[in-house]
Structure formats: structure tokens, C-alpha cells
Design a protein around this ligand. Structure first.
Ligand code: PLP
Length: 546
């Protein structure tokens, strides 16, 4: 074994065993020189002495330690993915632990001295992993997936390793320039209009999450309107979205000082498949204008969180344009699918939007977190968010062309997230990414067909992407009983640990959601999931007959 006299996975007994002096009890970087009691004269990562010998001081970032432990960690993670596929019985998809479980099994305080990685990984296996809900399990069908990939993982690894902080161009020119370029690439794959590209007045920025994306554009739009109508107009500002809009919109408005009663969440129902009706928007705006309110922001969604509903961007954008209202398009989940020509129509009309956002960590295999946001006019964002402390001032030639991403987001520090997006795009290529997405959509269609063929169930909304909304059908029109049965069904199914699905409510109905998007999911997992659901539904079906 390369790591000297260590055992098993390279971190042997030699590591972390106190030498009796209570010092130098760190990790022994064997290379054949530490002995099993850790008191060898090797490269010890501990301060002080080992058996009276002065040893090297511990370095937080030691390249050799990184190499050794990094390999071990990659093996550990690769084994995790392999086991998720090969031994699903050991990994209940929805964690089965009870609240507070971890406090009972971890010490009360942090260790004073280094502990070996092997021990730590043992704890991860025995204490942490049981408390995980396995989002990457092939039988994970809840919420929307958090899609990972080898390329995304490697990008995260490189990001963590290089650990630069590109808040200004100067702070790490490549971090800024790669982000500009990669978001132009992605904008082209999505066929976004040219004004969202960095070559025009717009451009892209990677926010951490969809919540951050909507917050910064609400702030930009608020700043723009208040410059026009005056600083004291805050209480008159009104915003619009549908009642299906993600809760982050309300939060963003409240952070932005918009009065809660001025947040108009327009009612949707099954007649528009839960998309926002343009007529309701037009009426709400007219009514607000008549009362002296100032409409300034519309949040449209392509792929709502509940049911993947699609707001009709084209008519909504026309209304926004005619009233000079900022329109944001939240396409956190479904926007990713729009790199496929056959799904692109769902964002037709985006040309009238002021901003557009997708979560590449949801369905573009870019690992948590990565939320590209494009704006039509970058200066509206920069004017709202820029700060210029002296300590960040610098001079470059061609200064006007320089992007300082600190002025496009809330925080100052920022991760080099474009690396992983660049790696995902390069290591797979657009055509593979399109096919990954198509596979998921086809798997969802397979599930939908299964549901449709069973008379005891019903598909509840039109499926556009990889989410199926369904339920056990009501018996004799008894909606209350139907809701209770579906509640019980999902609880039973999820408690098996074999699959995890989630739920929502639409028009007062309790709905089950089956969302495909985990990277390991194959047809057999979908078929098995359906069999599990059917099996646990027999109880209600039997009751029906009685
Ligand atoms: N918008 C939509 C439509 C979503 O579905 C979600 C999350 O599921 C969000 C926004 C929030 O995204 P994030 O969790 O990245 O903040």
C-alpha cells in the first residue's frame, strides 16, 4: 500500500494514536515510516514533539496530505454512489432518523487534538449517512432533483481547491472572465435574445440560488422605478405573480421593503393548467393604477414548484412592456430543459423579459449551488447593488469593460462557480446534456402512462417536463376522504425507505408529485416505484369495494 504501514484504505492504525505525551497525535503521513503507535519519526501533522523529537508543524494546506486524503475522499464518495445503486436496502431514500438523533451520538465539544480521517469517515458512514435523505438515490423522486454529475463534482473540487474569491475582476480575472463567457455560451444554448449576452447591455451572473436571483432583480427593479417616481413611493409599489409562484418571491419583496398587502398573487386553476392568466394580470394592473398604486414588477414562472406550470410569457411580456413593468422569468427547474429545441417554446416571449434565471444545480448536472441569472440591462442591477469601498478600488486599462461581480449580487465574496458549469458543458457537450434531460422526461412519461392505465389513480395536470402530478382518484366525489387517503398513501410509501416522493396542493386537492431528475435513475427504478405505490394503494382500493 502506498501509504506505508497503514491499513485498509490507506489510513492505518498509525494515525491519530496518542504517543503517550499527549502531543503530536496527529495524522502520520506514513510513506513507510510511521509505526502503528504513531510514534515514528515520519511526517506528523501535529504540533510539538513525538518521542522527544521535534516534528514538523501542522500545515492546514499541505500538498502531500491533500493528495493522500483527497484520493481517499474520492474513493469514499465513489463508493457512496456505487452503494446507492448496488445496495439500496442500506440507504433508505428518505432518512428514517428522529429529530435530535445526532446529538445523542456525537461528543458535546470539539476535539482539542487532530483525529484521523479514517475515524471521521467511519463516523460519516455510521452517524451522518443514516441521517441523510439520499437526493442522489436512483429512487429519489421528491421536490425537484439536485442533479449531480462527475463533471459538476470535479468542477466543485477544482473550485474548492483553487479557492479564489472573484469579487472584482482584479481579485481573480479568470474567475470573472470565465463566468461572463460561460453564461454567454449557456444563453446561446437556451437561445436567449442577444440583449442578455455580455456583448450587449446585458449579461449573466451566477447567483448561489434561485432565491438570491429573484431578490437581486426585485431590488434592481425597485431602484429603477424609485429613480423615476421618487424615493417616497415605496408604499405605492405593487408587484404581481401567480399564486403558484415560489415563496422566494414574497420573501424577496419583503426584504425589498414592498408592503405585504401590495404583493398581488393572482389566482390560478386547472383551466389554465395553473399558469397565470394574462387577463387577470391586465385587470389587476388597471385596478391598481386607478387607485394610485405603481405597478413595477411581474414574476412569471416557467415550471412552477408545485406542478411545473408554465406562465404564458408572450402575453405577460407584452403587458409588462406596455406598462413599463420589469418582468422576471423564474425558470429554476424547467428552464434547463429549454436547451432542447423541443422544449424551447416554453420560454417563447422571454425577449420581453428584463431578467431570466435557471438553477443549473436542479437539472443541468452542475451540483449545488449554481443559479445563472441573465439581465437585459446590467446597469440596472449594478446601480442598485454597487458599493465602492476604497479598499476595493483599483485601476486597469480599459476599465469600462471590466465586470465586478460584487455589484451583481448581495454578498461580496463569491465562489468560482463558472468552473463547474464550464466543465459540465465541456466534458459532456450540449448534445449529451440534452439527452440526459430527454431521458428524464421519457422516464416521467413512462410513469405517467402507468398512472393513466390504472383506473384507481388519476394524472392531475398536463405534464410538460419530468414532473407527474397524480393522486388516488376520489371515490364517489368525496374529496376530503380522497385527500386523507393520498396523505396516508404518501406517508406509507415514503416510510418504506424504498422511494421518496413529495406532495403539493392544487385547488384544495392533496396531490402527489413524482419528479424525475436524479442522475442514477433508470426505467427499472421508475417501474419499481410505481409498483410500490400501487402495492400500498391496494388498502384503499379494497376499502372502496366495501
Ligand atoms: N423557483 C422555483 C420555480 C423553484 O422550484 C425553486 C426551488 O425549488 C426556487 C425558485 C428556489 O430555488 P433555490 O432553492 O435555488 O433558492
Amino acid at each position: 500500500m502506498e501509504y506505508g504501514n497503514s491499513t485498509e484504505n490507506g489510513i492505518g492504525k498509525s494515525n491519530g494514536i496518542s504517543n503517550g505525551y499527549g502531543i503530536g497525535n496527529g495524522y502520520v503521513n506514513g510513506h513507510g515510516i510511521g509505526n502503528e503507535h504513531g510514534n515514528g519519526n515520519g511526517d506528523v501533522y501535529g504540533n510539538g514533539k513525538v518521542n522527544g523529537e521535534k516534528v514538523k508543524k501542522m500545515k492546514p494546506m499541505d500538498s502531500e496530505m491533500l493528495r493522500e486524503q483527497g484520493h481517499i475522499m474520492v474513493d469514499f464518495i465513489a463508493d457512496y454512489y456505487k452503494n446507492l445503486e448496488d445496495s439500496p436496502q442500506d440507504f433508505p431514500v428518505l432518512s428514517q432518523v428522529q429529530p435530535g438523533y445526532l446529538r445523542d451520538i456525537l461528543p458535546d465539544s470539539a476535539p482539542d487534538h487532530p483525529e484521523p480521517l479514517k475515524e471521521l469517515l467511519h463516523d460519516v458512514s455510521k452517524k451522518i449517512i443514516p441521517g441523510l435523505t439520499h437526493w442522489q438515490s436512483p429512487s429519489y423522486f421528491a421536490y425537484y432533483a439536485s442533479s449531480t454529475s462527475v463533471a459538476g463534482f470535479l468542477g466543485e473540487m477544482l473550485n474548492a481547491g483553487l479557492s479564489v474569491v472573484g469579487f472584482t475582476w482584479l481579485a481573480s480575472p479568470a474567475a470573472t472572465e470565465l463566468e461572463v463567457i460561460v453564461l454567454d455560451w449557456l444563453a446561446k444554448l437556451l437561445q436567449l435574445p442577444d440583449h442578455f449576452l455580455s456583448t450587449g447591455n446585458g449579461g449573466g451572473v451566477i447567483q448561489g440560488t434561485g432565491c438570491e436571483a429573484v431578490l437581486v432583480v426585485v431590488l434592481a427593479a425597485r431602484d429603477r422605478i424609485m429613480k423615476k417616481v421618487g424615493k417616497n413611493s415605496l408604499s405605492q409599489l405593487v408587484v404581481y405573480a401567480s399564486d403558484q409562484t415560489h415563496s422566494s418571491f414574497r420573501k424577496a419583496c419583503l426584504i425589498g421593503g414592498i408592503h405585504e398587502e401590495n404583493i398581488r398573487l393572482l389566482k390560478t386553476d386547472s383551466s389554465t393548467n395553473y399558469g397565470m392568466p394574462p387577463k387577470s394580470l391586465e385587470e389587476a394592473i388597471s385596478s391598481d393604477l386607478a387607485k394610485g398604486f405603481i405597478p413595477f414588477f411581474i414574476c412569471a414562472t416557467v415550471g412552477t414548484t408545485s406542478s411545473a406550470a408554465v406562465d404564458p410569457l408572450f402575453p405577460l411580456g407584452k403587458i409588462a412592456e406596455s406598462y413599463g413593468i420589469w418582468m422576471h422569468v423564474d425558470a429554476a427547474y424547467a428552464g434547463n430543459a429549454c436547451i432542447c429545441p423541443e422544449f424551447r417554446e416554453h420560454i417563447d416571449g422571454v425577449e420581453n423579459a428584463d431578467s431570466f434565471n435557471i438553477n443549473a444545480h436542479k437539472w443541468l448536472f452542475a451540483n449545488q449551488t449554481c443559479s445563472p441569472l441573465w439581465v437585459k440591462d446590467r446597469y440596472s442591477l449594478i446601480n442598485a447593488l454597487k458599493t465602492n469601498p476604497e479598499y476595493l478600488e483599483y485601476k486597469v486599462s480599459k476599465r469600462e469593460e471590466v465586470v465586478n461581480y460584487k455589484d451583481w449580487q448581495i454578498s461580496l465574496s463569491r465562489r468560482f462557480r463558472s468552473l463547474k458549469l464550464w466543465m459540465v458543458l465541456r466534458l459532456y457537450g450540449a448534445e449529451n446534456l440534452r439527452n440526459f434531460i430527454r431521458d428524464h422526461v421519457n422516464l416521467a412519461k413512462h410513469f405517467e402512462d402507468c398512472v393513466a392505465q390504472d383506473a384507481h389513480f388519476e394524472v392531475v395536470t398536463t405534464r410538460y417536463f419530468s414532473l407527474v402530478c397524480f393522486r388516488l382518484a376520489p371515490i364517489d366525489g368525496d374529496e376530503d376522504k380522497c385527500n386523507d387517503q393520498n396523505r396516508e398513501l404518501i406517508a406509507t410509501v415514503n416510510s418504506t425507505g424504498k422511494i421518496f416522493i413529495s406532495h403539493t396542493a392544487l385547488s384544495g386537492k392533496f396531490i402527489l408529485r413524482f419528479a424525475v431528475g436524479a442522475p442514477l435513475t433508470e426505467e427499472k427504478h421508475v417501474t419499481e416505484a410505481w409498483q410500490i405505490i400501487q402495492k400500498h394503494a391496494t388498502k384503499f382500493i379494497h376499502n372502496k369495494k366495501n
